[in-house]
Design a protein. Structure first.
Length: 153
């Protein structure tokens, strides 16, 4: 049974929360049994990463960068897990106000150090999420679960 960790930055009620909820909905509706943990980046820790078989990250764009909370999560967990989570599959969702590409590049740069595997192109949503954006998030959540259950990731 896949264990999925969703780590998210952003404020309650914001656009990133809408995207994060869609990720979780997609994971739960995949048709596969799973364990799902959703934690704010400020509350998540190394033990959560060690528990997880796959990781979904959701962050707002702040000044062409990830949220400070997600950066803090990476800073707090890297050395504790760097050799223990190599090859973990992950997906990324960015809620952007401008263009989001700097945020994607920054997350990818850090995740390279963890040596995780990106399972799909990041979901980039500029502005208010539309139904199609939420569907992309649901698909990403389901893809991670189904891929883990099938042994693809």
């Amino acid at each position: 049974m896949p264990k999925i960790l969703i780590v998210y930055g952003g404020r309650r009620g914001g656009r990133t929360e809408q995207l994060r909820l869609a990720l979780g909905d997609g994971a739960r509706s995949s048709g596969e049994p799973l364990e799902l943990r959703e934690k704010s980046a400020l509350a998540a820790d190394a033990a959560d990463l060690l528990w997880a078989d796959g990781i979904l990250l959701a962050t707002p764009e702040h000044f062409a960068y990830m949220s400070g909370a997600l950066k803090d999560f990476f800073d707090r967990t890297f050395y504790a897990v760097e050799t223990h989570t190599v090859g973990r599959p992950y997906g990324l969702v960015v809620s952007a106000g401008n263009e989001g590409h700097g945020t994607i590049a920054a997350v990818r740069r850090i995740v390279t150090g963890y040596r995780w595997k990106e399972i799909a192109e990041p979901v980039l949503v500029v502005g208010e999420p539309k139904p199609a954006d939420l569907e992309c998030c649901r698909e990403l959540g389901a893809t991670l679960v189904v891929g883990l259950a099938a042994g693809i990731f």
